[in-house]
Design a binder for this molecule. Structure first.
Ligand code: FE2
Ligand code: FE2
Length: 266
């Protein structure tokens, strides 16, 4: 089973990159399932039903999120009714929405029906707000998901590489892949752990790279120089789709290959 994960989609340039590049990537890599982090898809901050719809129509099957979850108030609509939209699992009980889901895979091998579990979890080291324990809650949720399928993908939205690696090592053998998001900087440590879990500390971001993490450069420099609040508009130039391509054995749920992806929008 071939799965593409797309790193944080930033604003209109990020959405355009997904719309234009994903159909090509689907064909070229014979993708069976596509997951994207959409926490920055609305003007760089948060997600709305409209930006989510744009991402789904481009061919994304499931959207994950992170600490920018609440930036747009319309997100409540998505949390209330969209099963293909995930928020971090480790919010307290009673929080609307869901942190995981089991979805049917449109397999390229005709007649083969597969299920995939997708899980979105947020780290706690250097992260606001501090949520419930990611390791313990993820382990419980993975156990539940494995009753339905061994193919499980985890988007771990976290800042610290130590927390990300420890979290993935903790789940090694229980899930097919753990890919990190949030830093917007793609790491070069893709690997498959001994238990069969594919790993990448951060997928990077999808959007304008002539920027600071997707935002216009000058206001960010000014903020660091003066500490005065600035408007951080989404930048425009050098749009790249960042992500990771994972091959998974549908029968065992183990990953057989992971590759970083950086596809430029020309
Ligand atoms: Fe984030
Ligand atoms: Fe982000």
């Amino acid at each position: 089973m071939k799965l593409l994960f797309i790193g944080d989609i930033v604003g209109q340039p990020g959405r355009r990159a997904v719309a234009e590049l994903l159909p090509r990537l689907r064909g070229r890599h014979k993708l069976d399932f596509v997951i994207a982090n959409g926490e920055n898809s609305a003007g760089g901050s948060g997600i709305t039903p409209r930006t989510a719809e744009e991402i789904f129509s481009a061919g994304v099957d499931v959207i994950t999120s992170g600490d920018h979850l609440w930036d747009q108030k319309d997100v409540m609509e998505l949390l209330a009714s969209e099963k293909r939209f995930l928020r971090p699992l480790n919010y307290p009980p009673g929080t609307p929405g869901q942190g995981s889901g089991v979805f049917e895979v449109r397999s390229s091998e005709f007649g083969v029906r597969n299920l995939i579990g997708v899980l979105n979890v947020q780290g706690r080291t250097f992260m606001q707000p501090p949520l419930e324990h990611p390791f313990l809650l993820a382990a419980e949720e993975v156990k539940r998901l494995r009753e339905q399928t061994k193919v499980i993908f985890v988007d771990f939205h976290a800042e610290a590489t130590s927390e990300k690696i420890a979290f993935a090592r903790f789940l090694d053998g229980q899930v097919s892949a753990v890919v990190g998001t949030h830093t917007h900087v793609q790491t070069a440590d893709e690997q498959i752990f001994p238990g069969g879990t594919a790993y990448l500390s951060d997928a990077g971001f999808t959007g304008p790279h002539e920027s600071v993490l997707g935002r216009e450069i000058e206001p960010v420099i000014k903020r660091f120089l003066t500490n005065m609040p600035q408007r951080f508009e989404v930048a425009k130039e050098r749009v790249i789709l960042h992500g990771a391509l994972v091959d998974i054995d549908g029968a065992t749920g183990k990953a057989t290959k992971i590759q970083r992806m950086a596809e430029s929008l020309i």
